[in-house]
Structure formats: C-alpha cells, structure tokens
Design a binder for this molecule. Structure first.
Ligand code: FES
Ligand code: FE
Length: 374
C-alpha cells in the first residue's frame, strides 16, 4: 500500500465480502501481500538497551529476533539455525547471553548473526557463508519496526512524512504496560473497528465522558487514498487532557521537554502496518493487531510514559491503563459478535456510512489495491 493522490478515485461503498473474513487462502495471500511486505511494530528501543538484548517477533509464519549488536545497532535475524534449522531463541524477550547459541549441535552466532563457532566441523569448513539470515529493521521515534520483505521498503519516516510526534520525544519514553489478548474475529474486523467511531456513542460511555464520540474520522490534511491518517487535534472534551477515566494526567512526569511539555494529543492510524499510535502529554498508547488464523486476532496494547517516571510515585499503571482496558474489552465484544454474524452464508456487506466510516472505506480501498483486486 502506498501513499497516492488521485482525485478521480472511486472509494468502496460497502464492506468486505464474507469470504474475506473466513477464507484461509485469502489469509495466506494477506500474509504475502501485507504482513510480510510492510513495517510491523516490534518494540520500544528501551527494551533493547544493551548489546545482546533481544525481542522475538513471530508473524506470518516466520519468527524473527531483533538484537542489539556490540556496536549498538539493531539487527533483525531469522530465528533459525543455519545448520539443521532448529529454532534458536524460544523466549519472547531478554538477553541472548554471550552469543546466540543453538542448543542442538552447539553452533554459536554473534549478535550481528555471524557464525562464530561450529564445534568439530571438518577442518576446511568455512563459517563465513553460514551466518543467520537477516530481515529489515528500522526505528522511528524510538519505536522499532521489522519488515520481512525481500527488498528493504522505504523507511518508516519516508512512509509517514508528516506524522510529527517530535514534541512527545517518544525515544525518551519507556513501556509502562504491555497487554496482549486474543479476539475471536478476523483481523480486518478488528482493524476497521479501531478506525471508526460510528459505534462509539452507544458502546463507549466511559470514552464519551472524555472525548467527542461523534468525530467523523475524516482528516482535513489527507487525501482519500492516503495510507495513514495523522491528526494533530484529538477531539478531547473541554477540560480533558488525556485518555484516562477522568481525562486528567496519570503520570506526573510528562513526556517531552519538562520546560515545555507537549500540547494536545496526536493520533496516527497507519493502515499498511496495522498500527495505531496516540500520544497525550502524560502517556502514549500503541495498538497493533496480528492475525493468528482467519477468525482469531492477537491484540497488543503498549502504554508508554517518560523514561524517568517512577511507578507508584509519578504514575500508576492502572490509572493510565483503565480507560484503554475498558474500551478494548467493549471493542473486542463488538468484533466477536460481528465475526459470528458474518459466519452466516446469507451475510452480504452493507453500505458504509461515508462520514463516520471514512477510515474503513480508506482501508478497504488500500487493501483492494494491495491484494490486486482493483
Ligand atoms: Fe543448530 Fe545443528 S541445528 S547447531
Ligand atoms: Fe471502539
């Protein structure tokens, strides 16, 4: 999916077909054309602070580890041994120890993937071509992304040219809460649900006390077919400052420069990376969605505060999480009942609301482009 401008484009007027939500063949094609091609969020750089620190990322039938090398760079390496193929790291994050060691026959690899030793191999064995296979890695505002594409895609910054989170200095943040849950619904149902607020007024009473739940989702600054939506103005109600239960800050150590903390909130909804980022002055919030099967999706929520904020002194984790947790639960229920309804052979997609489901129209258009359906 690429950023394009075309005034003559025809947007889809109704939703995805039933088979798009239930077909394993379509899911496999989505893996190839979307999930293995684009940048996917993996971690915050603070989770990879020291050489040897790693996080593991499993997606689209692949397992990749992102490792901090001795020279301080990040490397994305396929998580299998180049000898007989055994998986190397089974933990989801941590430190590799002194090297990445395969516990099958004892081959060891440096943090940059080079094969360092291969015990008792024949004397003329050349280790050089047997390093770990690499994927692509990029960082943007302190956030680490991986791509499994054959060719390195344009950088995240190039893909999001005007998504400006500079004031929030997210590279100086840390992860305060990380939460994963599985929803019994196709990933596109979950992504469409997150992008529109047509459902908010009758389903999110707690959100409705803090923000306008009749926002349209249309952006002043983006074309209909843009791959992402970035808003400098988040529709908070008068007197509200952040997405917490009472709209007040729950971290005293604000993000950004202490002398001029960020004003207002920023919001990014990036279709091709299935990535959503909302930043207020006290905390930032990421949501990503990963298909596990046609009808199961893993949701990951990451809440970040300033790196110097001390838990229970400057912030309470439940205080910044509560509203997101409640809204996530409500949305998950909506997605699951939608999947159950779509299971009927008589289901036909209905029309989009062209004001309030603008984001879904935009997403479906980009999806059809990516899948070669246009
Ligand atoms: Fe890894 Fe043999 S499979 S050393
Ligand atoms: Fe919702």
């Amino acid at each position: 999916m690429t950023v394009q401008d075309s005034p003559t484009i025809e947007m889809p007027t109704s939703g995805f077909r039933r088979e798009d939500f239930v077909s394993p063949d379509i899911l496999e094609e989505e893996m190839e054309r979307i999930f293995r091609k684009n940048w996917m969020y993996v971690a915050h750089t603070s989770q990879l602070a020291k050489p040897g620190d790693f996080v593991r990322h499993d997606l689209a039938g692949e397992s990749v580890i992102v490792v901090r090398t001795r020279s301080g760079e990040l490397r994305a390496l396929y998580n299998f041994c180049t000898h007989r193929g055994a998986q190397l790291l089974e933990e989801t994050s941590g430190s590799c120890g002194r090297a990445i060691t395969c516990t099958y026959h004892g081959w060891t690899f440096d943090y940059d993937g080079e094969l360092r030793s291969a015990p008792r191999m024949q004397p003329d064995f050349d280790k050089t071509p047997h390093g770990l296979k690499h994927a692509w890695v990029d960082t943007w505002n302190g956030l680490v992304f991986v791509s499994l594409a054959d060719e390195r895609p344009p950088s995240v910054a190039e893909r999001l040219p005007d998504a400006d989170f500079g004031e929030h200095q997210l590279e100086r943040a840390k992860v305060a809460v990380e939460y994963r849950t599985v929803i019994e619904a196709n990933w596109k149902i979950v992504w469409e649900n997150g992008g529109e607020c047509y459902h908010c007024a009758i389903n999110h009473p707690e959100l409705g006390r803090v923000m306008s739940v009749t926002r349209t989702g249309a952006s002043e600054s983006h074309s209909l077919v843009a791959d992402y939506r970035f808003d400098r103005k988040f529709p908070l109600l008068e007197g509200m400052h952040t997405l917490t239960m009472d709209g007040q800050f729950r971290s005293k150590r604000l993000l950004g420069d202490p002398d001029s903390p960020p004003e207002g909130m920023r919001f990014l909804n990036w279709h091709s990376s299935i990535f959503e980022l909302t930043a207020a002055a006290d905390h930032a919030h990421i949501q990503t969605f990963k298909p596990l099967s046609t009808t199961r999706t893993e949701v990951r929520l990451v809440l970040m505060v300033h790196a110097d904020a001390v838990e229970n002194e400057d912030y309470d984790a439940e205080g910044i999480f509560e509203l997101h947790r409640i809204a996530r639960g409500q949305d998950s229920g909506l997605c699951e009942k939608t999947q159950r309804g779509i299971g009927s052979r008589h289901y036909q997609p209905g029309p989009y609301n062209t004001v309030y489901e603008y984001s879904s129209q935009q997403f479906r258009h980009l999806y059809q482009q990516a899948m070669g359906q246009l």
